[in-house]
Design a protein around this ligand. Sequence first.
Ligand code: ASP
Length: 333
Amino acid sequence: MQPSGASRLLYLVKMRRHRTQKLANPTIIVHGGAGDWPQNKHSIGLAGVRKAATRGFQILQQGRSAIRAVEVAVIEMEDNPIFNAGTGSTLNFEGKVEADAGIMDGRTLRGAGVALLHHVKNPISLARIVMEKTDHALLAGKTVERLGEVYGLPKANLRLPERVRQWKRAKRELENGSIKYFSRNLKLVHDKGRFFLGDTVGALAMDQKGNLAAADSTGGVSLKLPGRIGDSPILGAGLYADNKLGAATATGVGEIAMRLVVSKSVCDAMRSSTAQGAASKTVRDVTTLAGRGLGIVSLDRKGRYGVAHNTPHLCWAALTKDKGLVSKMVGIR
Ligand code: ASP
């Protein structure tokens, strides 16, 4: 039905604006964690992030939302056991999975995290349900798993034999005194990073309307105490997205990301700086204030992405129209 009078004029102005609106170039960047990636896993990790970036980018090219693109990219990595998220999550001190995930929509500033999940196949989809269907920004444990059941989310065994082997090895190291459990967290990450940081996943996207979104998912740090919740489901710490600033997600020692509110800090820095400038500055600040143990990917309002870390590796891939698919597993010592 066509409107009439003043509302018709408004309608025509809106339609015209809609037609002449320039579409943004869709962009996606994903990461597969800041842990110490052993050489023999580099190519599998890189293939995993490239596939996730490609899947997310396809969603953006179809004109669909940034929020759906980051969800799809993260699902891809949650289902890939090479990554410490969803199936293949690392194990806590008791040898159990307690997975966390978070998602945020930069258009509405709505976002939510879920934590301490044992058997939800795709924690990121549960985070999206909490964001869209509840009034909360963080839900943990059995109650939120029941919410997943109500919405028909599939369950899975997230605890894989490879992770059980890693967990047993880490426990032995702990018992023979070669790692001092969590008492000197940052030094441990430096010396024994492979035991403590997993291969958490994250994704940032800009859709054709210029909307930004962020998502992340993790089994958390290996040997964490039962009940420990990391940065990944916490808005501002593990992830943040605001159309007016940019989007960012962190990986590494969650306690650092929470204490320094890392993802929001990166977004604030993007007021006056590119995605790369903001990520590099924040990692420099983190190194000064808290030491090593953190990686960041960022995306600014113009669709430029940034990557910075002070951990041994950061496995990531980005896909844009201009630069195509770029991926790296950078090593620093
Ligand atoms: N940030 C995650 C956590 O602390 C771990 C990681 O990124 O590897 O739970």
